[in-house]
Design a protein around this ligand. Structure first.
Ligand SMILES: Nc1ncnc2c1ncn2[C@@H]1O[C@H](COP(=O)(O)OP(=O)(O)O)[C@@H](O)[C@H]1O
Ligand SMILES: [Mg+2]
Length: 171
């Protein structure tokens, strides 16, 4: 695995970091603009929902795939929804946000970001999202909860794995 980029971001720097990642992946994947929209959504979630106001991202190349990892060390998905929905457990919270329309902002027009990222996996990308003690895999536009993840994750770690564009797979 080769790490191509790593950086921290907050609300003031997230735009510049996205530009850097855009320049980096611009010719590496088939639809860089769509990938960037997903990465920005996950990064904005780290900034605005983690309770920490910041996150980290890494771009990695593994064989014939590009991986973008966006993480924060905040309150996690269940933590952000718990005050609004005190009865919800961790698994339900994660399942729920990927169905769309659930948001810690309690704004009826919000809560579609993670659903959009899941829909994006219809086109060859896969998503692994870990938060607290649970993990979710998105592939082919469908979400699957992966038992209990083996270790608890502080905050949210989202990994988007995308095939490299055809002519980039040859080293
Ligand atoms: N990194 C995160 N940390 C904590 N909670 C999160 C994070 N990402 C998403 N969430 C939770 O999932 C909800 C849905 O997220 P999303 O689908 O992106 O919609 P929106 O950002 O419009 O609320 C958020 O409102 C929040 O409660
Ligand atoms: Mg969002």
């Amino acid at each position: 695995m080769t790490v191509l980029h790593q950086s921290a971001f907050d609300h003031a720097t997230v735009g510049a970091v996205m530009l850097k990642i855009g320049n980096l992946v611009g010719t590496m994947v088939d639809d860089p603009r769509r990938l960037l929209i997903m990465v920005r959504e996950l990064a904005d979630n780290a900034v605005y929902h983690s309770g920490e106001g910041k996150g980290w991202c890494a771009v990695e190349r593994t064989g014939d795939h590009l991986q973008v990892v966006i993480r924060d060390r905040g309150q996690g998905i269940h933590g952000s929804l718990f005050h609004l929905y005190p009865d919800i457990d961790e698994r339900q919270a994660v399942r729920w946000v990927f169905q769309g329309g659930v948001s810690a902002t309690a704004d009826p027009d919000r809560g579609l970001g993670l659903k959009m990222v899941l829909d994006y996996t219809q086109h060859g990308a896969t998503l692994l999202l870990e938060t607290g003690g649970v993990a979710l895999v998105g592939s082919g536009g469908r979400a699957r909860m992966v038992g209990k993840s083996t270790q608890r994750v502080d905050g949210v770690v989202a990994t988007l794995r995308v095939p490299l564009a055809g002519d980039r797979t040859v080293e």
